[in-house]
Design a protein. Structure first.
Length: 232
């Protein structure tokens, strides 16, 4: 199902209205918290294509931009290089022993890319979560599916983080025995519901992902060009 998208700034208003929170120092953290909740639930809407980013490989690794949610391609010296499951770490200076691929890369779970070469620049092409700049606060809020189950889960994720920071929310404590009084338990409950209620992609979205995967998998050893990477 293709959901209507909304600005997640509405989650701030929901917290104020629903939980009668009167302080505001938590608001500046809300975009990151919402992003974390969305990632945990797996409720990403269609991702936007970010501008290509050039990063420098130092000691065979570099940090991937934190806003990157889907890596589409890695370009080195004008050539799109392939991703491998494992890079031989026994002797990284011996490029002849790197899984048979001189120029390749590997990703880890901590936001780093590892390559078989170092002290060079690479260009990353990736997709990011769509955001909207709020003129009042100057913050970028994620654009999220307009789904009440998702919003309910985000409500309790935010309350959990607020309480964890030592603030009081009437009726809620992290020591509560049930989700009626413990926001962390409520978050876990509604997170599962939101994950199950966010329906599978429709035909159009499946087609988009099919095209995207084709872009990612085809011509991995050829020069990168407008055929292999087309703009929307």
């Amino acid at each position: 199902m293709a959901y209507t998208k909304i600005n997640s700034k509405v989650c701030v208003a929901r917290i104020y209205d629903r939980f009668h929170v009167t302080y505001s120092d938590w608001v500046s953290r809300t975009p990151n918290w919402i992003n974390s909740a969305i990632a945990n639930i797996g409720a990403y809407p269609q991702l936007d294509r970010a501008d290509p980013v050039v990063i420098t490989i130092v000691d065979y690794k570099a940090a991937i931009p934190t806003d990157a949610k889907l890596l589409e391609a890695v370009i080195y010296n004008g050539v799109r290089i392939p991703r491998v499951d494992r890079i031989n770490t026994g002797n990284t200076t011996n490029l002849e022993n790197t899984s048979g691929l001189i120029y390749s890369y590997q990703l880890d779970n901590n936001g780093y890319i590892y390559t078989t070469f170092t002290d060079e620049d690479i260009t990353l092409y990736y997709r990011e979560l769509p955001v909207s700049l709020d003129a009042t606060t100057g913050m970028y809020f994620p654009i999220i599916p307009d789904n009440e189950h998702l919003l309910e889960a985000i409500d309790f994720y935010l309350i959990t983080r607020i309480v964890q920071r030592g603030h009081k929310v009437e009726g809620y404590t992290l020591n509560g025995a049930t989700r009626l009084t413990n926001p962390a338990l409520a978050w876990e409950h509604y997170r599962k519901i939101a994950r199950s209620k966010i329906q599978p992609l429709d035909d159009e979205e499946l087609h988009q992902i099919s095209n995207l995967m084709g872009t990612f998998l085809i011509n991995t050893n050829k020069y990168y060009n407008d055929i292999a990477y087309t703009s929307e």
